[in-house]
Design a protein around this ligand. Structure first.
Ligand SMILES: C[S@@+](CC[C@H](N)C(=O)[O-])C[C@H]1O[C@@H](n2cnc3c(N)ncnc32)[C@H](O)[C@@H]1O
Length: 243
């Protein structure tokens, strides 16, 4: 009987997880693939900021349809990411690296007194400021995760990086990922938390392989201890604590 109850609980848990994606969300993934291809085309002839600015100039300023009410996948994902933070813990200063439209930042602001979003795209920053004008505790600035000002070191007790690192120029060497992990750890106060999330489809596809290497580099970093890891359809999450 006990075994049967466990089996039913597992079935329910899996059904809940699968509910994070429905067939209605499939166009969202196709749109993302088209946006990524367009970014790659601009990058071949211009710099990274121009490529991401061009993406945010189209599609009504929402290149990955993250804020499109027709799709529920992204908003459920943001809610899940925030729910995976250590429970009951409140943060003072949060930082969202690669903040996009600030949709994750909005949710983080429910757990933090203030959140700063940095994004390489000035257009993204402008859209995020407009979209989140109702949340005074959220700020957005233009910034590159490869060149984060040293003045920000030790200023945060929460840093989030969702679906950003795999956009760094390829090939992404493990040494680059490890250096970035160290850099991010220095932004945190001791005991501060890093929320790392990246698209993960299945083991063999090239994008998922990069995701695994990113998460491995952060887990390797002497600046971090892994608190928990979570696999969801279709992303991987690591919650890390700064040493
Ligand atoms: C797929 S979007 C994710 C946005 C947001 N994190 C979210 O989950 O909604 C990737 C974001 O990373 C930003 N980005 C790409 N390369 C970056 C870099 N080197 N530094 C900072 N932001 C970057 C892009 O402009 C874009 O807004």
């Amino acid at each position: 009987m006990l075994q049967q109850t466990g089996f039913i609980a597992t079935l329910r848990r899996n059904a809940d997880r699968m509910a994070f994606m429905s067939p209605r969300d499939i166009p969202l993934f196709l749109r993302s693939a088209r946006t990524d291809a367009a970014i790659a085309r601009v990058r071949a002839i211009d710099d990274d900021q121009a490529a991401f600015d061009a993406a945010y100039n189209g599609h009504n300023g929402d290149p990955w349809a993250s804020n499109d009410g027709r799709y529920r996948y992204q908003s459920r994902k943001y809610d899940t990411l925030v729910s995976l933070l250590p429970s009951g813990r409140r943060f003072a200063q949060g930082l969202d690296l690669g903040s996009g439209l600030g949709l994750l930042g909005r949710r983080l602001a429910t757990r933090a007194d203030a959140v700063l979003g940095l994004d390489i795209s000035q257009r993204a920053v402008e859209h995020a400021r407009t979209l989140n004008a109702d949340m005074p505790s959220l700020r957005f600035d233009q910034g590159d995760i490869r060149d984060i000002p040293v003045a920000l070191d030790g200023c945060f007790d929460l840093v989030a990086i969702a679906d950003t690192i795999y956009y760094l120029p390829q090939p992404l060497a493990d040494s680059t990922l490890k250096a970035l992990a160290m850099r991010v750890s220095r932004l945190l106060k001791p005991g501060g938390v890093c929320l790392l999330a990246n698209h993960f489809f299945f083991f063999a596809d090239p994008d998922s392989r990069i995701t695994r290497r990113i998460h491995r580099a952060f887990a390797w970093s002497p600046g971090f201890t892994v608190l928990s890891e979570h696999r969801r359809p279709f992303y991987l999450v690591s919650i890390l604590e700064a040493a």
